[in-house]
Design a binder for this molecule. Sequence first.
Ligand SMILES: [Fe+2]
Length: 186
Amino acid sequence: MIDLENLMVREARLTKGPLGEDFFLEHILVVKTIALDLAKDLDADVTIVDAAALLHDIAAVRDYRGIANHHIEGAAIVRGLLAGENYPSAMIEAVCECIERHSAPIAMGEGSPEAVCLSNADALAQMLRPVYWLYYAFRVKNFSFTEGSAWYRSRMESHMALLIPRAALVYGKIYEPIYASLYGKK
Ligand SMILES: [Fe+2]
């Protein structure tokens, strides 16, 4: 077994893409913390959740140009990476399922409990770290003020609507004042 957290710190440091070194602290670590928190409630396997959270965006960190397909490409990279380190194949497949399904929050029953944790945590991390995601809208995606503001707002609203009830209940309270400070009260 390798230290996946260290591996991702190094991957983020080495990135030549626009996500930058800060992506590790601003996104990956936030996703990991939330996903592990949800795992307790969902009775999910914390080893799978931990590995999937750390590795889920490896393809986008390595090559941002493939962002549209990074969930599929990421699973392919991770399959090779973990097989090369002799991880059990059942664990590899479970981690890869999470990575393939992480792009939008999925509900209980739509995937493994671990995939539910990661997909909901990924959305929540975007909702709870607005400074990084506004940087992403304006600098990485190069949107105008109007486009970027509307893009972030509609993305956050659609994430909020898709969250599993437990995540909406616990994190909705934290998110409400963030949303209000950005866009005013609903
Ligand atoms: Fe992510």
